[in-house]
Design a protein around this ligand. Structure first.
Ligand code: SAM
Length: 230
């Protein structure tokens, strides 16, 4: 796949489409964040989910599809590195934080020091994806929507690059449980999270679009998948 050809390499196997490559908020907490979300207790306590719940859902988008995959806000692949190592699909893993992409690179190349040739790591902005309309067969974004205030613009941009007939997979944290609500509201005060949404509010971001959507809730995480109809 040559999707990263127009972009410049800033570190081994990591490309960028941005002028400003440093200073992403996750650059400063990449290692800490990745360790936290890899623990059983964090997911159980705050979201009442397991890592298995995330991995099973992500497998639908990464493994059980065919064609090109874009993962927006891929982070360090805490839940998904095994899936990306196993897939034969051509995948672009995009994140604003180069430090998160370095963690992703380390996980992907753990076996033999090399990145799988079908996986490209790209630094970019979810709100200005550097791709034409209708580029990807599958668009995924895991654990991201709740971070943003402008959630609708985020979804608009993700769906813009999805082909008609393509599938999308998102999950997001919501305020469904009291502990989740308190945790999210606290992080919002320090600008870590966007406006706190319930599951219904999050799902409504996908209404009135050319999409057939299905969803389910586990704990306070909503899992949404869609088929783009035109
Ligand atoms: C909560 S983490 C989720 C990471 C991963 N998807 C997972 O499930 O573990 C959110 C990720 O989104 C990235 N991110 C935040 N704002 C972004 C933006 N505007 N464009 C691209 N990535 C962004 C962060 O750098 C971070 O890696």
């Amino acid at each position: 796949m040559s999707q990263t050809d127009p972009f410049r390499q800033i570190s081994r196997g990591i490309y960028t489409c941005l002028e400003q490559t440093t200073g992403a908020s996750y650059d400063f907490k990449a290692g800490y964040y990745e360790r936290l979300v890899s623990t059983h207790w964090f997911n159980r306590l705050f979201w009442d989910t397991s890592r298995n719940d995330y991995q099973e859902f992500a497998a639908k988008g990464i493994l059980r599809t065919a064609g090109t995959v874009l993962d927006i806000g891929c982070g360090g692949l805490a839940q998904t590195s095994q899936l990306y190592r196993a897939t034969g699909n051509d995948c672009i893993l995009l994140d604003r934080s180069v430090e998160m992409l370095k963690i992703a690179r380390a996980r992907l190349s753990a076996d033999n020091g090399r990145l799988p040739s079908n996986i490209q790591l790209l630094q970019g902005d979810a709100f200005q994806l550097p791709f034409p309309d209708h580029t990807f067969d599958t668009v995924c974004s895991f654990g991201t929507i709740h971070l943003f205030d402008n959630k609708r613009a985020f979804v608009d941009e993700a769906l813009r690059v999805l082909k008609p007939g393509g599938r999308c997979y998102f999950y997001s944290m919501t305020s469904e449980r009291k502990i989740s609500r308190i945790f999210m509201s606290s992080l919002r005060l320090v600008h870590e999270f966007g406006e706190v949404y319930s599951a219904a509010q999050t799902l409504s971001l996908f209404h009135q679009r050319p999409l057939l959507v299905s969803s389910h809730l586990i704990g306070s995480t909503i899992f949404m998948e869609g088929l783009k109809t035109k």
